[in-house]
Design a protein around this ligand. Structure first.
Ligand SMILES: Nc1ncnc2c1ncn2[C@@H]1O[C@H](COP(=O)(O)OP(=O)(O)OP(=O)(O)O)[C@@H](O)[C@H]1O
Length: 848
C-alpha cells in the first residue's frame, strides 16, 4: 500500500474515532442505567468500535514515515489501547466474568470473529530491537560462561563384549539376507519377463491399442482425481497445502520492511531539525519576542492602574508568572482575582485563630462530623443502590480527545501532495519551537518586569512592599508547618545491593537460573478458534466454556498491552499478578513465553523448584527478592513467572516436597507485590494445574486476576490438528480425516495432541508420505497411551473457580437476578392470568 493509502486509512480511523467520541461523551453524563444488560451492550459496542480503530491505527503507525504524523498517531493509539483495557475492566466489573461474548453485536457490525483479536502493536518490540539484541547477546554470553543450565539427561548404555558382538552379527546377517533377497527377486523377475515375451507375440496394432487403453485410463483417472481434489479444496472440505508466498506478496513484504528504514532516517533528520530550528528561532526571533513580551506586560501595568487605581501584584512563578495574566482576561478580572485570593487568605487566618480558641471542643466536633459523614454515607449508599450502573470516568479519553483535536486542526486539511518523501514539516517545528523559546524567555522577562514593577510602585504608589513580604513569609511558615504536621513519611526501603551494578546483579541471577531465556513464541502461535455459541448459551442461562481465542484476547489485554506501553500501565487499571490455571498441556507456559516475546520482556523464574536450596534463610530470600525486583524494574518490562503457583500456598505440604520448602515465598510475596507501582512495568504470572491444593484466600489475594484456560473445543481441536500437522511437515490429503481426529480427541489438551503428532511424525514416516499417505488411525495408539482431561477434573476446576472472589460475585448476582425474575414472573403471571380471565369472560359475553 502507498503512503497516500495509509493516509486515507488514518483519515477513516480518525473519522470513526470522532463519531465514537461523540457517542461516548453523552453516555458518561447519562443517568445511571438500571438494566445491566443494556449497560453491557453499550460497553461492548464501544469496545468493538475502539478495537476496529485500534487495528487501523496500528497498521498506519507501523507504515507511515512522516515523523510528526507518527507522533500524533502514537498518542491516539496509546489512548485507544488504554481505553480498550478500561472498557474490558468495566465489563468485568459489570458482568463479574473475565470472558465476554459479542457474537450478536458482531453480526450487527458485520464483523468477523477475526476482528475480535486484539492486535499487538509491532512497535513494542521494533522500537527497542537494538537494546533487546544487546541483552540477548549478554544473556547468551553469561550462559556460555557457565550459567545455570538444566542438566541434560543423556542415556548412557554400557554393553558387554558378547552383547556387542551379538548385535553386530545380527545386523550383518540381516544386511546379507536383504541383499540376497533383493538379488533373488531380480532374477525371478527377469525369468518371468523372458517367459512372457516368448509365449504371446501380439500384432503391432493390437499392442498399440492396449498401450493406449492403459495410458488413457491412467491419464483420465489422474485428471479426475486432481479436479476432484481441487473442488474439495475450493469448497473447504480438504485443507489446502501450505503455499509459498507469491512474488507479489514477497515484494509487498520487502516494501514494508524498507519503510521501517525510511522511518528511522526521517526520525533522525527530524531530531536534528528540532535542535537546529530551536537555535535559529532563539537567535533570530528571540530579541523580538523579549521586547514584545515586555511591552505587553508594561501595557498591562498601565491598564490595571487605569482600571483599579493602583498597580497590580505580579503573579508568582508558581502561579505561572506573566503567562497567567494573558490567559484571555481583562485587567479588572485579574484584579478581582487577586482581591479574592487575598480575602481567602484573610479568612483562613481568621478561621485558624478561632480553631485554636476552640481547641477543647475539637473532639466533640469531630464526633459530630463523623456522625454527619456516616449519615451522608448511608444516604449515599442507598442512592448508589438506586443508581445502578454508570460508566466510570476514563483516564485515557482526554488523551484521545487531544490527539483527535490535533489531527483535526493540523493534519486533516493539510495539503501534503508536494511532500512525496513524507519528510518533516519545518514550519510546524518552527511554530512549536517558537512557543518553547517564548516560555523560556518569559521567565527571564518576568524577573525583569517584577523588578520594574517594584520600582514603579516605590515611585508612584509609595508602597514599600512590606506587607507582601510578610504575607509571603507567613505563607512560607505555614507551608513548613504543614509539612511537619503532615503524615509521617514512609520509611524508604533499604537498598540491599547499593554497591552493585545492575549488570552484576543480572549476571548473578542468570547464573543461578532465576533469569531464563524466553522462547520465541508469538501470541498468534497460540492456536485456538472462536466459540460461536457464547451469547446464545448465556441467554439460555447456561454458562459457556470460554474458547482459546478468548484466552488469547485476555492475555493481550491484561498482559501484553500494559507491559508494552508505559502509558497504558501507568494510567490503566493496575494488574500486579495474573494466574493462569487449567489442566496440564493447555499452554500456560507457552502463554508466559509469548508475553515476553511480544513485549521484549525479561523472564524471571521464581518457581518453587528453582528456588529450592538457593539463598537459604529469611535474609537470603529477602536478598534474592530484592535483587529480582530491582533488576526487573530497571530493565522493564519484566515478567516474573511462578510455575506450580499453588505450591507457595499449599494447604498441606506433601511429605515428598517438604525438603523443597515450597511455601518459602508465601509471606514475602504479598509484600513485594505491593511494592510494584503503576510506573513499574512488572507482571507476576503464576501458572498452576492444581489450584485446588492451595489455600484459596491468600492465594486469591495475591493473584487478583485469574484466567481459567479450558481444554480445547471441537473447532480449536480441528485447527490444532491441521496447523500442528502442517508445522510437523505432514502432507494433508483426503486420507487424513482431520474432522474424525478432532472428534475423537475430545478431552485431550493441546499438549496431548502435540505429543501424538511428534510420536507419529518421525523422519522415517515423513519420508514415506508420498508413497503411503498419512491416515487418522495412525494417531490413535499414541493418544490412547495418554490420559485425557476427565469430567471430574474439569468439574473440579469449575467448582474451584466459583469459590474465587469473582466467581462468588457472579454466583451472587445470578441468584439475585433469578429472584428478581421469579418475583416478576409471579406478578406477571398473576396479571396475565387475570387478563386471560378477562378475555374469556368478554368472549363469553359476546357469544351470548
Ligand atoms: N494453543 C496452542 N497452540 C499451539 N501449541 C500449543 C497450544 N497450547 C499448547 N501448545 C503446545 O503444547 C505444549 C504444552 O504446552 P505448555 O507446556 O505450555 O502447557 P502447560 O499448560 O504449561 O502444561 P503443564 O501444566 O503440564 O505445565 C507446548 O509444546 C506448547 O507449545
Amino acid at each position: 500500500m502507498s503512503q497516500s493509502s495509509y493516509g486515507q486509512m488514518w483519515d477513516a480511523a480518525q473519522g470513526a474515532l470522532a463519531d465514537l467520541l461523540e457517542d461516548e461523551y453523552p453516555t458518561m453524563q447519562l443517568r445511571p442505567q438500571k438494566d445491566r444488560l443494556q449497560g453491557f451492550q453499550t460497553l461492548a459496542t464501544f469496545y468493538l468500535r475502539y478495537l476496529k480503530i485500534f487495528r487501523a491505527l496500528e497498521e498506519v503507525y507501523d507504515q507511515i514515515v512522516h515523523p510528526q504524523k507518527r507522533r500524533v498517531v502514537h498518542q491516539v493509539l496509546e489512548g485507544v489501547m488504554g481505553r480498550l483495557v478500561e472498557l474490558k475492566n468495566e465489563m468485568v466489573e459489570l458482568e463479574y466474568s473475565e470472558f465476554h461474548y459479542f457474537d450478536d453485536i458482531l453480526q450487527d457490525f458485520k464483523m468477523t470473529p477475526e476482528d475480535l483479536e486484539v492486535p499487538i502493536p509491532r512497535y513494542f518490540v521494533r522500537e527497542k530491537i537494538r537494546a533487546l539484541k544487546e541483552r540477548e547477546k549478554m544473556l547468551a554470553h553469561i550462559l556460555a560462561k557457565g550459567g545455570h543450565q538444566k542438566p541434560k539427561t543423556v542415556p548412557v548404555q554400557f554393553l558387554s563384549v558378547e552383547r556387542a558382538v551379538w548385535l553386530l552379527q545380527v545386523s550383518e546377517r540381516a544386511r546379507q539376507g536383504r541383499l540376497r533377497a533383493h538379488f533373488m527377486k531380480t532374477i525371478r523377475q527377469e525369468e518371468q519377463r523372458r517367459l512372457q515375451g516368448n509365449s504371446s507375440m501380439l500384432d503391432p496394432n493390437q499392442a498399440a491399442t492396449c498401450i493406449q487403453k492403459v495410458w488413457r485410463g491412467y491419464w483420465d483417472r489422474t485428471r479426475v482425481n486432481k479436479e476432484c481434489l481441487e473442488e474439495m479444496i475450493f469448497l473447504g472440505m480438504i485443507p489446502a497445502q501450505q503455499t509459498t508466498p507469491s512474488p507479489a506478496q514477497l515484494h509487498a513484504q520487502q516494501v514494508e520492511s524498507r519503510r521501517h528504514y525510511v522511518q528511522e532516517e526521517h526520525e533522525a533528520e527530524y531530531q536534528k531539525a528540532l535542535v537546529n530550528i530551536k537555535e535559529s528561532v532563539r537567535s533570530v526571533d528571540g530579541p523580538d519576542i523579549k521586547e514584545s513580551l515586555q511591552e505587553q506586560i508594561r501595557q498591562w501595568f498601565l491598564e490595571c492602574r487605569d482600571a483599579t487605581g493602583k498597580f497590580p501584584d505580579f503573579p508568582n512563578p508558581e502561579d505561572g508568572g506573566s503567562a497567567s495574566i494573558f490567559a484571555h482576561k481583562t485587567p479588572e478580572q485579574v484584579a478581582a482575582e487577586f482581591a479574592a485570593r487575598e480575602e481567602e487568605r484573610e479568612k483562613k487566618k481568621k478561621s485558624k485563630g478561632e480553631k485554636d480558641k476552640k481547641g477543647n471542643d475539637r473532639k466533640e466536633k469531630k464526633k459530630e462530623k463523623k456522625e454527619k459523614m456516616k449519615g451522608k454515607k448511608g444516604k449515599g449508599d442507598t442512592e448508589e443502590e438506586e443508581k445502578g450502573w454508570k460508566m466510570t470516568p476514563s483516564n485515557f479519553l482526554p488523551t484521545v480527545v487531544e490527539g483527535a483535536k490535533m489531527y483535526k486542526e493540523v493534519w486533516h486539511n493539510r495539503d501534503e501532495k508536494q511532500n512525496f518523501l513524507q519528510c518533516f514539516d519545518a514550519q510546524l517545528v518552527r511554530e512549536e519551537k517558537r512557543l518553547e523559546v517564548e516560555e523560556e524567555l518569559r521567565v527571564q522577562v518576568d524577573e525583569l518586569m517584577r523588578q520594574e514593577l517594584k520600582n514603579l510602585k516605590l515611585v508612584v504608589d509609595r508602597d514599600k512592599g512590606k506587607k507582601k513580604k510578610k504575607v509571603k513569609k507567613s505563607s512560607k511558615k505555614k507551608k513548613k508547618k504543614g509539612r511537619k504536621t503532615g503524615k509521617k513519611k514512609k520509611k524508604k526501603e533499604k537498598d540491599l545491593t547499593a554497591d552493585r551494578t545492575i549488570e552484576s546483579l543480572y549476571e548473578e541471577l542468570v547464573m543461578e537460573g532465576f533469569i531464563i531465556r524466553p522462547k520465541n513464541i508469538k501470541l498468534t502461535d497460540y492456536i485456538g478458534e472462536y466459540s460461536y455459541l457464547g451469547t446464545t448459551l448465556r441467554q439460555a442461562d447456561i454458562e459457556p466454556m470460554p474458547s482459546l481465542s478468548d484466552v488469547r484476547q485476555l492475555i493481550a489485554l491484561y498482559g501484553v498491552l500494559p507491559l508494552g506501553s508505559q502509558c497504558v500501565h501507568e494510567r490503566g487499571p493496575l494488574i500486579r499478578a495474573l494466574l493462569l490455571t487449567g489442566p496440564a498441556g493447555v499452554g500456560k507456559k507457552m502463554l508466559v513465553h509469548s508475553l515476553c516475546t511480544e513485549t521484549g520482556a525479561n523472564l524471571f523464574d521464581l518457581s518453587p523448584a528453582t528456588l529450592a536450596g538457593k539463598y537459604p534463610g529469611k535474609s537470603g530470600l529477602q536478598y534474592l527478592l530484592h535483587m529480582v525486583f530491582k533488576v526487573a524494574r530497571q530493565l522493564q518490562p519484566s515478567v516474573i513467572w511462578i510455575g506450580d503457583a499453588e505450591k507457595t500456598f499449599y494447604k498441606k505440604v506433601p511429605k515428598l516436597e517438604k525438603e523443597m520448602e515450597p511455601k518459602r515465598l508465601k509471606k514475602s510475596l504479598p509484600k513485594v507485590l505491593k511494592s510494584i507501582k503503576s510506573e513499574d512495568r512488572v507482571l507476576v504470572v503464576g501458572t498452576t494445574r492444581r489450584p485446588f491444593d492451595a489455600d484459596i484466600k491468600p492465594f486469591c489475594k495475591v493473584y487478583k486476576k485469574i484466567i481459567l484456560i479450558p481444554r480445547p473445543d471441537y473447532a480449536s481441536r480441528f485447527t490444532l490438528w491441521k496447523e500442528l500437522l502442517q508445522a510437523g511437515g505432514a502432507q494433508l490429503g483426503p486420507k487424513l480425516d482431520l474432522s474424525s481426529l478432532a472428534k475423537v480427541t475430545d478431552g485431550y489438551t493441546q499438549g496431548h495432541i502435540l505429543q501424538a503428532i511428534q510420536t507419529v511424525l518421525n523422519s522415517h514416516r515423513l519420508n514415506q508420505q508420498t508413497k503411503r499417505p498419512l491416515t487418522a488411525v495412525e494417531f490413535i495408539p499414541p493418544l490412547a497411551r495418554q490420559d485425557p482431561v476427565y469430567k471430574e477434573e474439569e468439574e473440579a476446576f469449575k467448582a474451584w473457580y466459583t469459590r474465587t472472589p469473582l466467581g462468588k460475585k457472579r454466583a451472587r448476582a445470578a441468584k439475585a437476578s433469578e429472584e428478581e425474575d421469579h418475583k416478576k414472573g409471579k406478578t406477571k403471571g398473576g396479571k396475565s392470568q387475570k387478563k386471560e380471565k378477562k378475555g374469556k369472560t368478554k368472549k363469553r359475553k359476546k357469544k351470548k
